[in-house]
Design a protein around this ligand. Sequence first.
Ligand code: CMX
Length: 131
Amino acid sequence: MKLNHIGIAVEDMEAARKLYGEVMGFKVGEPEHLVDRGLVVCFVDVGGANVELLYPTDPESAVGKFLAKKGPGIHHLCYEVDDVQAKLDSLKASGVRLLNETPMPGAHNTLVAFVHPKSVGGVLTEFCQPK
Ligand code: CMX
């Protein structure tokens, strides 16, 4: 198990890409529009793990609501596992509140699932499995 990415909610994707690329000097990928989730995501290679910039195209999406309530900043952590369904089953058995009972397709050819922040110390937590 390892850290795959840190999701960061941004108010302006182009400004954020410039900040991470030109100003901080990281390798910034191309934005990917996840239409069904009302979201544009963009991965930044920060060495070993990634930063995932998150820009909501829909104010009613999870990230849209987060931005309105808390403003820009860290939105979630994502851990990579070999078998996301097995991880969900074991978390559920331990009493952790799942937001997804079964994994769904995520960005970059992965299967992903989320766990409610209130059941894991206030941090929205995602698990992903490369397909
Ligand atoms: N990190 C920590 N706490 C968070 C949070 C976050 N990102 N988002 C919401 N919360 C907190 C709220 O502040 C609130 O706390 P208080 O009650 O103390 O004010 C509580 O969680 C609200 O919980 P809720 O009423 O059950 O749910 P919301 O409608 O606010 O939705 C959440 C929150 C996490 C359930 C919802 O955003 C969700 O289902 N997220 C998973 C999917 C997601 O975030 N997708 C975008 C990521 C990118 C991708 O899809 O790849």
